[in-house]
Design a protein around this ligand. Structure first.
Ligand code: APR
Length: 244
């Protein structure tokens, strides 16, 4: 049901077992475009559909095209992005012992930059990169500053980001831990996600409580099952409900 911010603020103030489930909408107020908003990445014109570019088979078969898109549209907005109020508010709730974990679909490490400790990255992170041949590790700066069209390891292998590309499975340990936190949560906050990408979107169904909160700019599927629905921008909403 639709809720007002006072109701959501009261639920959060009373809860000491909050889990947060988030998506790319959290990054837009940090100038990282999301995917499916009208101004999101997937609504811009490219030679190939972005979901195809960000797939494993495209990475293997067209690494130059993959990196052209990934560096310009993903890494460059990310590298200098700062956490916004929503990220900082979640870190504050964790410091107060109220928020137990953040489960995110994002790969931008903004929660860690904000100081959050328990961050479960369902789709991996762009800040860790690995040589596909020898396994050597590289930073996001190594990848961005590599002068080659395709970042290469000293062994000659192609470097890949430690993100979950389309066609790849999620990390079992991260999935199991995320489901465990969600299924034991008193309060689950869903924020900044269209809830249309699986299996990630299915994990919110493990929540068993009656303090399910949605804070999202646009509507999401099955809002009728959500206890507290508020359509708004995360950074602005968190400014109203969490004092840092
Ligand atoms: N505050 C709140 N919600 C916002 C904001 C904001 N400032 N900006 C955008 N949103 C909402 C949009 O209304 C949209 O519903 O965030 C949602 C973003 O949805 P998507 O762009 O689909 O992002 P996400 O749900 O994270 O996508 C899931 O898709 O391509 C894959 O791997 C990628 O992890 C990503 C997954």
């Amino acid at each position: 049901m639709n809720a007002n911010l006072d109701q959501i603020k009261e639920v959060i103030n009373k809860s000491n077992n909050i889990v947060f489930f988030g998506g790319a909408g959290l990054g837009t107020e940090s100038n990282i475009p999301d995917f499916r908003s009208k101004d999101g990445l997937y609504n811009m014109e490219y030679d190939y559909p972005p979901e195809q570019i960000l797939s494993y088979s495209f990475f293997i078969n067209n690494p130059k095209e993959f990196y052209r898109f990934y560096k310009n549209k993903c890494l460059k907005p990310m590298i200098n992005a700062s956490p916004n109020y929503a990220h900082l508010a979640l870190c504050e709730l964790e410091k107060r012992g109220k928020l137990k974990a953040i489960v995110t679909q994002n790969i931008d490490s903004l929660h860690q930059k904000a100081g959050s400790k328990k961050v479960l990255e369902l789709h991996g992170t762009s800040f860790n990169n690995t040589c596909t041949k020898c396994g050597k590790k590289f930073t996001i700066e190594d990848v961005l500053n590599d002068k080659n069209d395709i970042p290469l390891c000293t062994c000659g292998g192609i470097i890949r980001p430690d993100i979950v590309m389309y066609e790849e499975g999620l990390n079992n340990q991260v999935v199991n831990e995320s489901i465990n936190y969600i299924s034991n949560a008193k309060t689950l906050i869903i924020c900044g996600t269209s809830l249309v990408v699986y299996p990630a979107a299915s994990f919110v169904n493990f929540y068993k409580g009656n303090e399910l909160i949605l804070i999202n700019k646009d509507e999401v599927p099955h809002e009728e099952n959500i206890n507290y629905v508020y359509h708004g921008k995360a950074g602005e909403v968190f400014k109203e409900i969490v004092e840092i």
